[in-house]
Design a protein around this ligand. Structure first.
Ligand code: FES
Length: 273
């Protein structure tokens, strides 16, 4: 059993939990994820590792209450336990030898972008962080991102905080101003990662995206998390979740993601009755 040692509400939909899992904390690296199961009847939920503390033996997860299981997880409190917490899974992000990077988080993707920015900052890279949200109520990890970046830009779609507009607007401006990034990391909704990848393509800037498709076993066996990258089938759980944004077939990934939305909405509705 894995104990929840800290719980924090980041906004009306997003919660943070520190889970005591010393074996995972010891090995975890940015870009990796865990798969948890709340109880014997629970479904398996993959969540990217948002942070880890090797000394305290804790792993931080940040999740949005979008489905039945994440709502159930959000209802747990400090001191409660989770049955399974397996990881670290996936290939760690390659962040060595980067001089200047733009790290972009869209919405909840900021929770995944944060450990990347933190590691790049630790390795001595100049980090420009750009985080975007629909409105100011949804902003998460602003202080944390500020602490690990040389410059932080916040955007909101409605202009209620930071710059009105999208993360792509800021990145475009920064590139046009002459910032020579040798790495761009974009993590967030598929449409955002696609837009960033299209923006950086003509400049030939290496662009890494983190794919978060449906995952079931997390071991490369079920095929649930398949994505097409450079014309080849890849599995996000074992070949990723990081991939070259210039090679990902985003249109296919967007189609596959929408296949399950209706079913999830029906399950949530059923359990609210
Ligand atoms: Fe089953 Fe990746 S989750 S192959």
């Amino acid at each position: 059993m894995f104990k929840i040692v800290n719980k924090r509400i980041l906004n009306s939909q997003v919660k943070l939990m520190d889970i005591y899992a010393p074996h995972i904390a010891k090995k975890a690296e940015p870009g990796q994820f865990i798969i948890l199961r709340i109880n014997e009847k629970g479904e398996r939920v993959p969540l990217t590792i948002a942070d880890f503390d090797r000394e305290k033996g804790t792993v931080t997860i940040i999740f949005q209450e979008v489905g039945k299981t994440t709502k159930e997880l959000g209802s747990l409190n400090e001191g409660d336990t989770i049955l399974d917490f397996a990881g670290p899974l996936g290939i760690p992000s390659k962040l060595d030898n980067v001089k200047k990077a733009a790290v972009i988080g869209g919405g909840l993707g900021t929770a995944i972008a944060y450990p990347q920015a933190k590691k790049l900052n630790f390795l001595g890279a100049e980090v420009h962080a750009i985080i975007g949200f629909r409105n100011k109520e949804l902003i998460i990890l602003e202080e944390e991102m500020k602490a690990v970046s040389n410059k932080l830009f916040v955007t909101t779609d409605d202009g209620s905080n930071g710059t009105k507009g999208f993360v792509t607007d800021i990145l475009k401006k920064l590139i046009e101003e002459g910032n020579e990034y040798n790495l761009v990391i974009a993590i967030g909704p598929l449409v955002m990662m696609k837009a960033i990848s299209e923006l950086t393509r003509p400049y030939n800037i290496k662009t890494i995206v983190s794919m978060n498709p449906i995952m079931i076993d997390g071991t490369g066996m079920c095929g649930g998390c398949r994505v097409t990258v450079g014309g080849e089938i890849k599995f996000a759980c074992v070949d990723g979740p990081d991939f070259d944004g210039h090679k990902v077939d985003f249109d296919e990934a967007i189609r596959r993601q929408s296949m399950y939305k209706k079913h999830e909405a029906e399950v949530v509705k059923k359990h609210q009755c």
